[in-house]
Design a protein around this ligand. Sequence first.
Ligand code: AMP
Length: 546
Amino acid sequence: MPNVAPERARSAYPYPLLIKRLLEEGVARAPEQEIVYADRKRYRYRELAERVGRLASGLASLGVEPGDTVAVMDWDSHRYLECFFAVPMMGAVLHTVNVRLSPEQILYTINHAEDDVILVNGEFLPLLEKIWDRVEPGKRLVLLDDGAAPPETSLPLAAEYEALLAASDPAHTFGELDEEARATTFYTTGTTGLPKGVYFSHRQLVLHTMASRAALAGPGHGRFNEGDVYMPITPMFHVHAWGIPYVATVLGVKQVYPGRYVPDTLLELLHREKVTFSHCVPTILQMVLGSAGSKGVSLQGWKVIIGGAALPQALARQALDVGIDLYSGYGMSETCPVLTLAQLMPHMEAWPIERQVEVRTKTGRPIPLVQIRIVDDAMNDVPHDGKSAGEIVVRAPWLTQGYLKDPQASDALWAGGWLHTGDMAVIDDDGYLKITDRLKDVIKTGGEWVSSLEIEDLILKHPGVAEVAVIGVPDPKWTERPAAVVVVRAGHEVDEEQLKAQLRDYAARGVISRYAVPERVIFVEALPRTSVGKLDKKLLRARYAS
Ligand code: AMP
């Protein structure tokens, strides 16, 4: 048979997948729906559309053109949502600056991304003042001001956001763009050297929105549908708040943006605005649970996806006991981010809580269009038996093409044509992935892997342990041995022998291997964290290397 290519069925109209469609759909669906910014502003979707037009006209009047980069330094706000749309819709690139990085790292990202305009919350002016003499010249500043009086600053402000919008035309014409035009860029946390920039196109963000929406639709538990009230508690600078504001807008649901995360404020907004759907890292959930407990506020019926780090079983149980419907989600900066969700399958919803906890704390099953493999060093697939661990490598239509201006790291990220996550996982019979460790963080003792996350989970079951990090420390005989760095809960007493005995007990019961019991337990006042609140194990490993 001759090798004949199949006939092509090209669309009569080459429909580009553009971010502006997401806004148009949401506004048409729910023009009167509300958007709330803490206790500072409340308005409707039709006004969102108008303000997005004004913002684009205003930015154009400051000289922004397609291909330029507009940076934002803000806490979660309605303004940030407006930028999520206006900037890419103009054909410019939105740089969501991670304001939790150190000033030196922020300086690096502003110069590296070649920002043309920076929209900056008054709170960050002192930070910007410190680095301004090393910011490359020509960048224009727009003030985002929540205060009554404008802040004093030596910086050359080109405009104030509200004044700029008030003076600008709401009827901005957004032209058609190439769906592969770059829409956003941001930097991953700098645990390994300098921050690395990732970037996403309109097409990638639209497909990520649609696939996330599909994964969250339907009648099962933990879903996100019309009628829900959405409040992100993952910063908008961190992977576009997991891209869920785009999903919320397409759905036309009420959206609540909390500003800076203060547990009592979050709790008040949850209660007052009747929030039903959120996502956050475990640390934030812990804070909100603590605040709700001390104030006697009910969190019954709140649906929460936990990601960014493994969801400990003890924390999941605590949340489920107060009526929160929570489960894990997984992804990374490089993956836009969502890859998997750990919703229960329908037949599991009737299971007792203990069994549900096991599933809800897994890493999850791939959302539509995500291809996941777990592989060994030679890229061979390892068995999906719930025991054999391999590196997670992925393909999906929305993964970053590489790292900004870093071809070498980009090649390593995409070695063999699959994006390498650096995370180790097993896959069980039901297709759920469970991360057992991070490749960059894995503990290998006597040639065998030990999962630091699993040991942490077990140590956290001790009522006196507030926080723990298990790290690998060098050992002359076994190459590496696990050590546990522990923060004791106020008012409790825990000693090293107690914790080791608890773990030996799990080893005796076959839950973990004997060699997984930490060699040392180190008690500390607090654990170091990266700018996005993750445990800084790199620092801990360096600190306790000897
Ligand atoms: P980031 O790029 O900062 O979002 O970090 C992504 C990394 O966080 C992943 O590669 C994982 O190592 C970790 N991570 C994210 N979600 C989870 C999860 N559900 N369980 C365990 N680790 C996670």
